[in-house]
Design a protein around this ligand. Sequence first.
Ligand code: UDP
Ligand code: MG
Length: 309
Amino acid sequence: MENKPYISVLIPVLNEEESLPELQERLYRTMEGIGEPYEIIYINDGSIDSTPALLEDYHNRFPCVKVIEFNRNYGQHMALFAGFERALGEVVITIDADLQNPPEEIPKLVAKMREGYEVVATFRKARKDSLFRKIPSLIVNKITARLVGVKLRDYGCMLRAYRRNIVDYMNMCPESSSFIPALANTFAKRIVEVEVEHEERTKGTSKYSLFKLLRLNFDLMTNFSLLPIQFIGVIGIIVALLGLAFAVLLFVRRLVVGPEVEGTFTLFAILFFFIGAQIFSLGIIGEYIGRIYQEVRRRPRFIIKRELM
Ligand code: UDP
Ligand code: MG
């Protein structure tokens, strides 16, 4: 295994002790089957179960297994960035550790890469997640496709392949928050989407809480365009015009019918709507300012506690 790997497989791991043994087993078999030199890089994103011990064991038993260990949890996308910085392969594959994406699909991606594509994206055939996850996902995919200008069906599926040049470009983007599939698409010219199987998560639980999912979607929206903030500007103009029209209406009414008293509550309702819209706008502006703050602070994006290479 001394030759330079042709394929690098990157796996972000947060408390996946239950799926890891089967994953390593199936991945090893699949990768050996491809017959190209490869490396498997696990990025331990601050696990507090027996994940670190398992990974160390794989590193000792399999020469192709490398491990990057964060000092704490920085999130799946930061883990992948750390992996991109270390990956040596011409083809870099990302895959989840929870076996929802079967590792057996990897050869399909590698074959597509051989046709010369720069990014091989995937969409999940019969995605096995709750409706609570699938419906927002549908909306986010539509918006992302518009923002990034590349129409893909499934931005959320993290089983993907990237060519060396794209990984190099991504390594030049030291953003403190990002969404990798969208970032890659801003650099790639030849992108293809293939269908992959998707399994229910049978081991362990999802590492994305509602809050974390929301954060991820905000990363996606605000990192890739100014559209949200421009959208707010337009809303502001419309709201102001409506308010003006409403004032004129009330004034005319006062002249014709006399002052209104019973209408007070309608006014309250309308007022609340406007207040809501204002707060929402402030929130969005805050998102951008927060991100600017994060960038100018120039803190390291993640801290690597130890590496087994
Ligand atoms: N993950 C991670 N850090 C996090 C959250 C998730 O490394 O902060 C990993 C997790 O171990 C898994 C992958 O990212 O390998 C996808 O997470 P999960 O399956 O929980 O997400 P879901 O399928 O529910 O979207
Ligand atoms: Mg999953």
